[in-house]
Write a protein that binds this ligand. Structure first.
Ligand code: FAD
Length: 416
């Protein structure tokens, strides 16, 4: 049987980030990937500023995507009553331009996986992992074109997404309904009024804290989708696809712009395992990251950023464990400590806000206030687009609101 230091299962953003970090440090790393690149992944394709930064560190230059992706400058948020506001996020403290991009995952993921290969990782495509057996090392079972195969490793990193076979083998159960969402997206041509903005609409009260989005994906082409928690979906008489069609047909300021739109292919849905599940991410000789670790932001459904953060932290923990020769869960605990210290505050504030966004009244108030105040508008957009430190953004908004009580009162009343 072949043997290697580290096996990474899955070459999405989490697996590619892990493999890149390991290979760059000189470790022997094999990535087993079920698909063949370029492969699609159901996604809004929104790569926010903090994810762009991490990908740049992997040698992914976003300007190379010009023509196949769109650089976005600002954002639009709409509330249940139909009100909306637009703003650019605040500039970064060091004056560095904050870039977000929309890059179809069929393009982005192939490039990101290639960066891991360029760093020295071995990528085996068309390999579907089915199980994990503990021997002296860990033995991974998979099938490829040649049938059933086995390969041994000192450490395994499970980065195989929402239906993770590695998580199953480690006896991590499926998330309960409260910690799981679903999202569906389609590409549409001839969408009117597209600008360089990520547009998010909380128009449909019945799916809050879920929302619909329109992200520019090319000249008159948009990635349009909706995301919803499983509880709300189960309670709804409508199926996921119907909710998307309703958003397109009747969303204020959406319906008119979509009236001549033509679907490109079929909309595709996929689960959203959110971080409130608090999944275990460290095991003897194994770690989970990205969607396999249920690290999606409970507020926005963003998962590329946490996939990258946790892929890197798993790789760093693996490197330390390989150096010490100790691969127990305790020796790998640094993975959890690192992703929590980098993304824990972001995910916690997402959980708090997700609960607030359930209220249509509060959502309308937030949109109304932001529409009146460039300060709140740019912070709300910066919060959503990962251009602001969330903890700081939330604190500054709350403090301003406390010391400026008119925030809670209609402007007309405040003036009276
Ligand atoms: C409709 C929708 C819209 C979204 N929009 C956004 C957005 O705009 N921005 C954002 O940041 N996030 C978004 N997300 C979330 C984001 O897509 C995920 O969080 C992100 O892809 C997680 O990356 P990952 O590497 O953990 O998993 P994945 O990207 O799912 O990659 C997992 C990889 O593992 C492989 N794999 C799976 N099973 C096996 C197996 N058994 N053996 C071997 N390989 C296997 C897969 O082929 C895949 O390549 C959205 C999600 C959905 C569903």
């Amino acid at each position: 049987m072949r043997a290697t230091d580290v096996i990474v299962v899955g070459a999405g953003p989490a697996g590619a980030a892990a493999a890149h970090t390991l290979a760059r440090a000189g470790a022997d790393v094999l990535v087993l990937e079920r698909a063949h690149f370029p492969r699609d992944k159901s996604c809004g394709d929104g790569v926010t500023a903090h994810a762009v930064d991490l990908l740049a560190d992997m040698g992914v230059t976003f300007d190379d995507f010009t023509g196949r992706g769109v650089k976005t400058l600002g954002g639009v948020i709409g509330g249940p009553s139909g009100g909306r506001f637009r703003a650019d996020p605040p500039p970064s403290p060091d004056g560095k331009p904050m870039e977000c991009w929309v890059v179809p995952r069929v393009v982005l993921d192939a490039r990101v996986a290639q960066s891991a290969v360029d760093a020295g990782a071995r990528l085996a495509e068309g390999c579907r992992v089915s199980g994990l057996v503990r021997d002296k090392d860990i033995v991974i079972e998979y099938t490829d074109g040649g049938g059933a195969q086995r390969v041994a490793a000192k450490i395994v990193i499970g980065a195989d997404g929402a239906h993770s076979a590695v998580a199953r083998a480690l006896r991590v159960g499926e998330n309960g309904k409260r910690h799981r969402g679903f999202a569906i997206r389609g590409y549409y041509d001839d969408v009117e009024g597209l600008k360089d903005d990520l547009e998010i609409y909380y128009y449909d009260k019945r799916i809050l804290p879920g929302y619909g989005w329109i992200f520019p994906a090319g000249v008159r082409r948009a990635n349009v989708g909706i995301g919803i928690y499983t509880g709300e979906l189960d309670r709804s008489p409508r199926k996921l696809r119907q909710i998307l069609d309703d958003f397109i047909a009747s969303g204020p300021s959406v319906a008119q712009r979509m009236r001549n739109a033509r679907p490109v292919g079929r909309p595709i849905g996929w689960p959203l395992p959110v971080s409130t599940a608090h999944r275990r991410t460290v095991f003897d000789g194994a770690m989970l990251c990205g969607d396999a670790a249920s690290l999606i932001d409970p507020l926005t459904g963003e998962g590329i950023y946490t996939a990258l953060v946790s892929g890197r932290s798993a790789a760093r923990a693996a490197l330390r464990a390989l150096a010490s020769g100790e691969t127990s869960a305790d020796a790998l605990r640094g993975h959890e400590r690192e992703w929590v210290s980098i993304a824990g505050g972001y995910l916690t504030s997402g959980r708090i806000l997700k609960n607030l966004v359930k209220s249509a009244t509060l959502m309308n108030l937030i949109v109304r206030r932001a529409a009146e105040s460039p300060y709140y508008a740019s912070r709300a957009i910066g919060y959503g687009l990962g251009t602001l430190d969330r903890r700081r953004a939330l604190t500054s908004i709350v403090l301003k609101a406390i010391f400026n009580p008119s925030f809670f009162i209609r402007r007309s009343l405040a003036k009276a």
